[in-house]
Ligand binder design. Structure first.
Ligand SMILES: [Zn+2]
Length: 85
């Protein structure tokens, strides 16, 4: 059976190839070799890189958002809700 298309953007954990700034907060600096969450935004554009601290919060937020979406999906007859992705 075919794998379902992911609702998530393509993302991966990589080691920073160079010193850079966290895309969420430019005050967070990322040094070469630090762990970075890279999220692809659009073909042809560089992925957005987030520092490890922001990445942990973003992943936790995504888990909460997905859980809420699943609750909405399973709740029949209730008002539909949407989340910002
Ligand atoms: Zn950050």
């Amino acid at each position: 059976m075919a794998r379902y298309k992911s609702v998530l953007r393509k993302m991966e954990i990589v080691g920073a190839g160079r010193k850079r700034k966290c895309y969420h907060d430019e005050k967070h600096s990322v040094n070469k070799g630090d762990t970075v969450l890279e999220v692809s935004v659009k073909d042809g554009l560089s992925p957005h890189g987030y520092c490890q601290a922001c990445a942990a919060k973003m992943i936790a937020q995504a888990r909460t958002d997905l859980a809420q979406l699943e609750i909405s999906l399973n709740a029949s007859g209730e008002t539909q809700s949407a989340i910002e992705v």
